[in-house]
Design a binder for this molecule. Structure first.
Ligand SMILES: [Zn+2]
Length: 252
């Protein structure tokens, strides 16, 4: 595990060379908000990192309910029974193994490693909706990668912890745009069109730092986010053109 610090934000990266999976600590007055819980074996490293910083972990906040973001949740909740578990109301359903869709949502299957019903023992204590606050963090609903994906903006500094709304590893991209060098976030994305809308919303926040689930932290990320959004727009457009010509070609 490698720890990198930028202001109030500490990135904990597991398997940084092979398949980087990140969790984050955001420093608050009362301790550390852990954002995401990485992989099942990551609990030890996360607890050791908090000990090294010298602060308690009063809360565990999840960007979304995929296996590589909730892996150590149960082990951490056992080690820290007082920690508040916080997730979006929408992805709390995924956390409980419910992959059903709501009527107004794009009706494509939820992808990626969603836990089987009953596989995660920890129950969320607090359910978030867009605009809620968690300490210094503003919760921003960024559906797309999963229906209930959330990003968190540190209102003190403009640092943005965005889960898998963007990827940095394998080339910066909006979730859903396939990057051949690291295609996994795209393969696990529910709705690339929703993800693109959410990415534009994040850019409007003008973050000063972008911290995502896979890849290193980026300072002054707006230019790179703009380019990634444009690339995702092009790829969605050419896909829908491809689909249209396919339909025409199949007409009798
Ligand atoms: Zn994910």
């Amino acid at each position: 595990m490698r720890m990198t610090t930028s202001g109030n934000v500490h990135q904990l990266s597991f398997m940084p060379r092979l398949f980087p999976v990140n969790a984050y600590f955001v420093e608050e007055k009362d301790g550390l908000t852990l954002i995401d819980a990485a992989l099942p074996y990551s609990a030890k490293g996360i607890l050791a990192a908090a000990a090294r910083i010298g602060k308690p972990i009063p809360r565990i906040l999840l960007t979304h309910a995929h296996g590589d973001h909730i892996g150590a949740l149960d082990a951490l909740k056992t080690a820290l029974p007082g920690a508040e578990v916080i997730v979006s109301a929408r992805d709390a359903r995924l956390l409980s193994g419910d992959k059903s869709l709501d009527p107004g949502e794009p009706q494509s299957p939820i992808r990626g490693s969603v836990p089987k019903p009953g596989a995660v023992r920890a129950r969320p204590d607090t359910l978030l909706v867009d605009g809620d606050r968690v300490g210094s963090l503003l919760a921003v609903a960024t559906p797309g990668h999963t229906p209930g994906s959330m990003s968190f903006l540190d209102t003190r500094t403009g640092a943005l912890i965005a889960g898998d709304a963007f990827q940095v590893r394998g080339g910066m991209a909006v979730s859903g745009k396939v990057q051949p060098l690291f295609p996994f976030p795209a393969m696990a994305t529910w709705s690339p069109a929703e993800a693109l809308r959410s990415a534009s919303r994040l850019l409007e926040l003008k973050p000063t730092l972008l911290a995502v689930g896979h890849g290193r932290m980026l300072d002054d990320p707006c230019e790179a986010m703009t380019a990634a959004i444009q690339a995702a727009e092009r790829s969605l457009q050419s896909e829908s053109k491809g689909r249209a010509s396919h339909v025409t070609a199949n007409r009798p």
